[in-house]
Write a protein that binds this ligand. Sequence first.
Ligand code: HEM
Length: 138
Amino acid sequence: MALTEKDIRIVQESLPAIRAHLEPASMKFYENLFKIAPELRPLFREDLAGQGMKFFSTLNTVFDMLHEPKTADAEMSDLAGSHATLGVKASHFAPMREALRVTLEETLGADFTPEMSEAWLKAYDEVADGMIARAHLR
Ligand code: HEM
């Protein structure tokens, strides 16, 4: 389903609340990801706390792309390229998506409304699909 203006507004408006909860949730995200897909652990460096892909930066990246569509294309191409080099496969995006959903649900509880969930997952899909297409990930 395509991302609507309303979805973008929901994601943007919910960002401050999510940001406030997020720093402590950053490790939780990796715990959830490796519970769902333990085979992804070797792709990431040993010391997760100091690593580049914090859960937070992922969300910020998604947010920035929605906020400034003009930079989205170049940004997505760069991200796609770096992920291809890292050995990321198209099939890895589904467990990542699930970890994102579970972490937001656990972190925000009832504040993570079904409407927010739908908008965030659509935003994730938009970026994920863009990355997969641009780097021809398989
Ligand atoms: C919408 C989806 C995703 C976004 C927005 C995203 C974003 C990012 C960002 C911003 C970085 C920091 C380095 C850079 O700028 O290139 C990064 C690194 C990384 N990402 Fe992603 N990513 C996504 C999906 C995935 C998936 C599905 C995987 C596969 C498991 C993955 C694995 C990694 C790894 C292994 C790193 C390097 C971490 C390290 O240095 O240990 N990413 N990602």
